[in-house]
Ligand binder design. Sequence first.
Ligand code: DAK
Length: 259
Amino acid sequence: MTYKNIIVRREAADKIAVVQLNRPEVLNALNLELMTELIEALEGLDKDAEVNCIVLTGNEKAFAAGADIKEMSGESAVGMLMRDQFEKWNKIRALKKPVVAAVSGFALGGGCELVMLCDIIIASETAKFGQPEINIGVIPGAGGTQRLTRAIGKVRAMELILTGRFIDAEEALRLGLINRILPVEFYLSEALKLAKDIASKPPVAVRLAKESVLKVYDGSLDDGLDFERKNFYLLFATDDMREGMTAFTEKRKPVWTGR
Ligand code: DAK
């Protein structure tokens, strides 16, 4: 499948896929067509038994500088409501397989929100994050107020959302928004390495671990602990759990079957 605004590449031997946002002339601004392609590609990879982990990236200059302002600027409130463009983002949230973001350059507005929808975030030292919507008269609308606040805490999120200030990779790391920073030459290869590592783990356990971690965002702690414990018990029905524990006892490398 070829797309106009994204590039999808598989590394079959390692069971990973790379999705690259590809509108470099506008810093990967997220227009409707790109979002439609992105969600279609991600949902396809999520269902693909030959893919265990996905890497989402942009280019060195920009992960994405936000929703496409030119496309949005003529919209009315009713138009936005009826088009409900960002409702689709929930489909990214529903992905079962882990998504590693490899971020360089700008990750702003909807771009930052897209990054925060990913499960692990690797940044280059040039990465810049921010929710500058306030500067164009709106607010974050694709989860930024919720996810940024959960990631870095109320007062810090409040400052960034109310001022629109960009933060660099160092500050993002200090605030707990991202996992780590690498030189520009290495951020993508680090993300691929991490994705390959995750892809080599028992797939059912990976899926249920991701679901359990995400549950922290969806409900109360009690709900989250119940959910996690039940998923833990459920894993005792898998061959991979049996294999993993047996291999540990036998001091050998486990062989995963995904069952
Ligand atoms: N949209 C459209 N075009 C963009 C763009 C964007 N977000 N960002 C950059 N571009 C385009 C520029 O217009 C320029 O195009 P040409 O003039 O060459 O045709 C090209 O990309 C290069 O950009 P610059 O010339 O501006 O490059 P600089 O290096 O000087 O500046 C910059 C880079 C990232 C600081 C600057 O481009 C900038 O401030 N960009 C806008 C950042 C921003 O405000 N992002 C937030 C957008 S609002 C919703 C949910 C979510 C959202 C909305 C609704 N609902 C649920 C309803 C999300 C909203 C947003 O993300």
